[in-house]
Design a protein around this ligand. Structure first.
Ligand SMILES: C[S@@+](CC[C@H](N)C(=O)[O-])C[C@H]1O[C@@H](n2cnc3c(N)ncnc32)[C@H](O)[C@@H]1O
Ligand code: SF4
Length: 346
């Protein structure tokens, strides 16, 4: 029997929480139950849409600093095609990022507005917040953006700028404060503003001060574990219990329309289609995905190269081995679409 404890410090401070409409609750139920019950619906519950892989920063822990990709931007018509298809199938949520900085896309506000007008319950993205200008802050509120995760790896200029190379702490602080002021002025609670840092050796010592500082400004403050991008060495260990929930929840679409299984595929190695020519519903229900799900259900995720390189799988295996030694297993809560989702089977 595994003693699983949800890390109580993941969300250090939560002032507001997600919307609690019946439709939202039903979406979260399917999110949690579909993987457990092997329910494959006609369409993914969530889409991760990389609007661009370009970035204006070179954060030291990010692959943009040591192996930047060839940059590109998603066409608005391609984005629209996916949302239109999703609307027919009751698409619940989208995140508008993967490898780049979403605010570099000229149509980002238009994309948020289009998705909200076409029934997507939760629209969110992570950003370095450097380009969250006054006009854009207002436009995002008006467009109905639900959540913005601001990646800010420190609470002082010195620490922040040592990690977020190319960034300016004062600009980012000003942008986030202004967004919060506009929400107050306009009498709205969206977008939920989460400020989040990647816990690295360069900022770990700041955590208590960080929570105190950002807790006064943001709606949520969180830390995220440092991971290695896809460059991580393969882990061929066999874990019979590991079964990745994401195969029953979501798909990832790169800026050029290539569809990959998840955010573990940083280089787009395992392409399962392209939305310029394929329907997402067909990809989602394809024989190929059926085979991948089958491998996971049989405890054979190690047969897939991207899974052998996955940090989520690796941390599961590490935790399992800790369990065998009688230690307590601690996991992050998997409350939102962005958080890693571990299925612990006891
Ligand atoms: C690749 S960034 C893209 C979005 C945007 N540019 C940003 O910084 O938020 C997505 C998320 O990955 C996080 N990130 C980058 N490198 C990481 C690493 N090595 N380990 C964990 N998270 C990382 C960032 O802090 C950010 O929250
Ligand atoms: S801002 Fe985001 S995408 Fe750009 S280098 Fe930093 S973590 Fe990577």
């Amino acid at each position: 029997m595994v003693d699983v404890v949800v890390d109580p410090e993941f969300y250090y401070r939560v002032r507001k929480y997600e919307q609690e409409t019946d439709r939202y609750k039903e979406y979260r139920r399917r999110w949690n139950d579909n993987p457990k019950n092997n329910v494959v619906e006609s369409f993914p519950i969530h889409l991760d849409i990389e609007v661009t892989n370009a970035c204006n920063y070179k954060c030291y822990m990010c692959f943009q600093a040591f192996d930047p990709p060839k940059y590109g931007f998603m066409d608005f018509d391609l984005f629209k095609k996916m949302i239109d298809e999703g609307e027919k199938h009751g698409l619940c949520s989208i995140k508008l990022l993967f490898r780049g900085e979403p605010l570099l896309h000229k149509d980002i506000v238009k994309m948020v507005a289009y998705a909200k007008q076409h029934g997507v319950i939760e629209v969110a993205f992570n950003t370095n917040a450097s380009l969250l200008t006054e006009s854009r802050a207002r436009e995002f509120i008006e467009a109905g953006l639900d959540k913005i995760v601001c990646s800010v790896d420190g609470c002082t200029k010195e620490v922040y700028e040592r990690i977020r190379i190319g960034g300016n702490f004062d600009v980012v602080l000003g942008n986030i404060k202004r967004l919060q002021e506009f929400k107050k002025e306009m009498g709205v609670s969206h977008p939920i503003v989460r400020v989040q840092m990647v816990d690295t050796p360069k900022n770990h010592h700041q955590i208590p001060e960080y929570i105190e500082f950002w807790g006064k400004i943001a709606d949520q403050v969180a830390t995220e574990a440092l991971y290695e991008w896809e460059h991580m060495a393969e882990d061929p260990s066999v874990s019979k219990e590991f079964c990745c929930a994401q195969l029953w929840q979501r798909l990832m679409i790169l800026w050029n329309g290539d569809v990959v299984l998840c955010c573990g595929d940083n280089r787009g190695r395992l392409r399962v289609g392209n939305v310029m020519k394929d329907n997402l519903a067909d990809i989602w229900q394809s024989e190929r995905l059926k085979v991948y799900r089958g491998l996971h259900l049989k405890g054979e995720s190690h047969k897939m190269e991207i899974c052998r390189r996955c940090g989520l799988r690796k941390s599961y295996i590490v935790k399992k081995s800790a369990e065998l030694q009688g230690q307590t297993v601690t996991i992050m809560p998997s409350g939102d679409a962005s958080a890693a989702t571990l299925q612990i089977k006891s």
